[in-house]
Design a protein around this ligand. Sequence first.
Ligand code: GLU
Length: 555
Amino acid sequence: MSNYHDLANIIFPEIKLTIEDLERRYPKRNLPVDAKVIRFAPSPTGFLHTGSLFASLVGCYFAHQSKGVFYIRLEDTDTKREIVGSGESLVEQLKAFDVIPDEGYISETKQIGNYGPYKQSERSEIYNTCIKHLIEIGRAYPCFCSAEELQALRKEQEANKEIPGYYGKYAKYRDYPIEDAIQKIQAGEPYILRFKSMGNHNNKIHFHDEIKGDLELTENDQDIVICKSDGLPTYHFAHLVDDHFMRTTHVTRGEEWLPSLPIHLELFDSIGFERPKYAHIPNVMKVDENGNKRKLSKRKDAEAAVSYFLEQGYPKYGFIEYLLTIANSNYEAWRDENLDKDFKEFQLTFEKMSLDGALFDLAKVGNISKERMAYKKAKDLAEEVKVWAKEYQPEFYEKIIKDEAFFISILNIEREKEKPRKDYAKYSDIYPIISFFYDEVYDAIDKNNIEWNPNISTTDIKEVLQDYAKTMNLNLSEEEWFTSIKELAVRHNFADNIKLWKKDKEAYKGHVGDVSEVLRIALSGKKNSPNLYYVMQILGKDKVKERIEKVIETL
Ligand code: GLU
């Protein structure tokens, strides 16, 4: 008579390792009592979802704030969905937002740490050792059902209004005689391996999730697939093996995994591994055009991909800080009271995580970034912009490196003071606003088609410009300079303040603002620009004159 051992040996003749060997190879970590070991376990399917960045940022914080370990495991067992090279790009994108693992998968040629390999496709021996053990103890078995058979089963269950799946009386091969199974295997029949569940879906189990609190869930009774026909483990089984032997203490993962939790709990119990703690992270949601709350969608929302924020050049400190505001409801209050502190000092807690989805608000990402960027020193901001532009806006990058001091002086307009201007929410906002400073850009503006204020005659525009070109003085304070502009206005019969003009519009051609606008348009080609006084200071007298003269020629 054959027994489970024989079956296990027929299926895995090459496996000589035992669970005990693995326990010795991957010993319990030597960490402080409350230290959390947390992983981020992305699948290399081509892009990093904003929700995944959120979950990994949160995981990284919890691990580090508890003096634990944060690691990355690449879950590449779904070979059909894999996009080659995307594992490395995930790691790079995480790094761009300071989510840096202490150990794990770093690149195709680099993994660090003693609990690896950290790439699932390289862990077959470990999975097979564990499956072999489950077969030996009678908790896993081969299933020879064809796809058609399973489909027929589903139809039958639907017709009978029964719970779909492979369980109980529907689990054709769970009590199949071992001899017969061995015969089929030896005859080369294809099979997969299933877990033998002892659960009953009429039972409820109670569980405490670190975020969701106390939960009542339906016990698992499905004989789930643990090893696919390609020999690779399913997510459920790999989760059991990897999180046990990598000694994860807290499984932080998206809440879409909550329904599978009963499977995972039964797996841990059946093999005799200690259950990790679980913290199911809320999905990142958004309110769409119709006012409905839904998950950020890869197809519909540009902001669902982390690459969007990188391309647009949202500063990492703005984006991270935003993610903290949706992670913990008390973050903003803490921030208001601790303006001078680094956001890393904030203690993130599971208790303060939202329960029903973190609401994503792109406008708020922009506002926080604007706020934080405004207080950056021009020199530091210039460095950030340079690094970004090199990758995402080469034309801008070329301009920056040609004369960095010039670029810094532009960025310094109304910066480094008590109430700095808040013009930029992201690096890509900068060039469109300041590009006119660069002569090539300015020269390319079609001066014959400039949009002037239609209420001011061409003759007046010309006269104002001619006068200013002749009388301009840039060796003045901002206040003195503005007085000189008021005088210019008055010389051409414009009111030197708006109130005056409003009282008697007929008496004037316009007001001092209109005069500044003429100068602004002449120098930048645009109605809006950074503070005109500083624009002139940076361009310098000669250039200001030259630009004004060029414009006059077209009038
Ligand atoms: N590879 C899984 C995913 O990308 C990981 C889930 C988990 O964190 O356990 O969804």
